[in-house]
Design a protein around this ligand. Structure first.
Ligand SMILES: [Mg+2]
Length: 152
């Protein structure tokens, strides 16, 4: 169960975590390492959802994950509504960390068209990282929309 209470309600989050067997994941309650440290010290959640765009990039995402790992708390890497570029960075990050045991990288699948050349590849419920240098982003198609589709 993800973020069952308002982001600010840390006491409530702990109350839910203590009361049920279902693993409780903090999402909006953890933007950065300081939030994570507070929740972890309070034992206020069972899991943390890290998002690169929420944390402010890989540096802070890594700090959150390291703190969580120290407390024996596994992390998921999730995403905002972002393109395959952000998702590819998040995938590389997630794949490099033993403590990241879950991923939620569905945002690019919601796009009307995919402007990104290269990056991660989706195959049913699996996601593959490119086997090329860097993130593996080869380019971006312009315009972002299909020529056939009319723009309102
Ligand atoms: Mg969420």
């Amino acid at each position: 169960m993800e973020q069952p209470v308002a982001a600010w309600n840390i006491e409530g989050l702990k109350q839910v975590t203590d009361a049920v067997e279902t693993p409780i994941m903090a999402d909006e309650s953890v933007f950065g390492p300081r939030d994570a440290a507070r929740l972890l010290e309070m034992h206020a959640c069972d899991l943390i959802n890290i998002k690169l765009m929420k944390a402010g990039g890989i540096y802070y995402a890594d700090k959150i994950n390291t703190l969580a790992e120290t407390h024996g708390i596994e992390c998921m890497v999730g995403c905002m509504i972002e393109s395959k570029i952000g998702i590819t960075a998040a995938s590389h990050f997630a794949a490099s960390k033993r403590n990241i045991t879950r991923c939620d990288f569905d945002a690019p699948l919601m796009f009307a068209s995919d402007p990104v050349i290269g990056g991660v590849r989706y195959e049913q419920n699996q996601l593959f990282l490119p086997d090329v240098p860097g993130l593996g982003i080869q380019g971006v198609k312009f315009p972002f929309i299909d020529d056939e589709k009319e723009v309102g």
